[in-house]
Design a protein around this ligand. Structure first.
Ligand SMILES: Cc1cc2nc3c(=O)[nH]c(=O)nc-3n(C[C@H](O)[C@H](O)[C@H](O)COP(=O)(O)O)c2cc1C
Length: 182
């Protein structure tokens, strides 16, 4: 797939099954994340790879968060199941650093760019993915488990795997509505 097709035809895929990326594919995905635009070369991100036992740990964490919130039993079960929607998840954390020229917002944006780059690197290698947050990304129990400072953020859980079904083409938006020329 050429680069322009990858970018202009990009879709997300929520239905992800095994196999997930092997080590070599994952390495390229993470390298793509590391090449996100990054003001001041701060590398204001951390990529936490979860598969197998890692997904079990995320599952327990989400379940515990749902129990803490006194969610109904079905929601607790849904929280526990969430991480198993793909063979692999990359949790992307914006780990911001005080910097006189690079405000936190720019650092969080960089971490967001890393998510997009990694999703595209997965697609370029024959896999699919979806960028999710959901309430657990903002839950204090989850934030604490990953030792986030108040200015840090979980910018996403990037679910990656093999698409379960063919992916449909994107809906073409009316570009004119979103673009102005000065
Ligand atoms: C920061 C961020 C958080 C998101 N969180 C979720 C989410 O929790 N659940 C979800 O279904 N989609 C979420 N999405 C949207 C999907 O990644 C995806 O873009 C959406 O399903 C539309 O599909 P498309 O990418 O094929 O257009 C999120 C996107 C972003 C940028």
């Amino acid at each position: 797939m050429d680069a322009l097709t990858l970018l202009t035809q990009r879709r997300s895929m929520a239905r992800l099954i095994f196999p997930g990326p092997d080590e070599a594919v994952l390495d390229q995905i993470l390298r793509a994340g590391m090449r996100a635009p990054d003001h001041g070369a701060l590398r204001p991100w951390e990529f936490v790879v979860a598969q197998g036992a890692g997904l079990d740990k995320l599952s327990s964490l989400f379940e515990e968060a749902a129990i803490t919130d006194k969610e109904p039993i079905q929601s607790i079960a849904r929280a526990a199941k969430a991480p198993y929607r793909a063979p692999l998840i990359i949790l992307v954390i914006a780990r911001t650093k005080p910097h006189e020229k690079v405000p936190c917002i720019e650092q969080v944006i960089s971490a967001g760019c890393a998510v997009q780059a990694m999703q595209m690197a997965a697609v370029a290698q024959g896999f699919q993915g979806i960028w999710r947050t959901g309430k657990w990304a903002y839950h204090s129990l989850v934030r604490d488990a990953f030792h986030l400072k108040s200015e840090d953020a979980i910018v996403g859980f990037l679910y990656i795997g093999t698409p379960e079904c063919p992916i449909s083409p994107p809906l073409e938006g009316d570009i004119k509505q979103y673009v102005k020329h000065l």
